[in-house]
Design a protein around this ligand. Structure first.
Ligand code: URA
Length: 239
């Protein structure tokens, strides 16, 4: 593969930025400063360093991104009507990437995008009970009674009620917002849970998945590679 493609896969920047890095001598292949973005490399055979950091060592492991998904784009490989989350990403890193679960088109917030099928499976497995925390804005105030029912598990029209959840009110920008922590990923689950307590979601943002908290410095639409520490938190499913 081309060197700039490999560097892009590692999430190091746009093609233009990568060209600059190479021009500035920041990339070494097998101990020699790389001169051209189009140089052919094989990450399994060559040792590629960026600013001294060995990229080939962690190549397969590290293709995991956190995105602050904006409203208006869908979590799908392609869609005939809407842009997808992949349209927001640099084309050089897209190969084999999938979203870990889906957020609705009008939902914002934490989305993990990876090529690691094992990680995806373990985060979505019902047995693992990975917590998903949502900030939920509602049409009407959420009553104590509603919180109790959301926490107990509630009939949302499926064969079985939802599993027990955690729900609490937190103040944000002078407004009271509901935080709902669920362990499942049923279709439109949060919206249907609020409907079941005679309310309506007006805005939804996922703020946490397992131990990984949405990075507030990412504006909607922005993404970055997960750090090794974050990846570890996710894998251990710790808070
Ligand atoms: N629940 C919903 O209703 N929508 C989402 O996007 C995520 C959880």
């Amino acid at each position: 593969m081309r060197l700039d493609k490999f560097l892009g896969d590692c999430g190091l920047g746009t093609r233009k930025q990568l060209k600059e890095y190479i021009k500035n001598g920041m990339v070494k292949v097998d101990g020699t400063v790389a001169a051209k973005p189009e140089m052919q490399v094989n990450p399994e055979e060559n040792e590629i360093l960026f600013s001294g950091e060995n990229l080939t060592e962690g190549y397969a492991r590290n293709r995991c991104f956190i995105m602050n998904k904006p409203q208006g784009v869908v979590c799908a490989a392609r869609d005939k009507d809407s842009d997808t989350v992949f349209d927001l990403m640099d084309e050089t890193i897209l190969k084999d990437l999938s979203t870990v679960g889906r957020l609705d088109k009008d939902t914002e917030g934490l989305l993990i995008i990876t090529n690691d099928g094992k990680l995806t499976h373990s985060l979505l497995s019902p047995k693992k009970h990975v917590e998903k925390e949502y900030e939920v804005h509602t049409l009407k105030p959420v009553t104590e009674e509603a919180i109790k029912r959301l926490e107990e598990g509630i009939d949302i029209g499926d064969e079985t009620p939802t599993l027990p959840a955690k729900a609490f009110i937190q103040e944000k920008d002078g407004k009271e917002v509901l935080h709902l922590i669920i362990h499942e990923g049923r279709f439109h689950q949060v919206k249907r849970m609020l409907q079941a307590v005679d309310n309506e979601v007006t805005f939804l943002r996922r703020v946490r998945m397992g131990g990984l908290i949405l990075d507030e410095s990412l504006s909607p639409g922005e993404y970055r590679k997960l750090t090794d520490e974050e990846l570890q938190l996710l894998k251990e499913n710790k808070k």
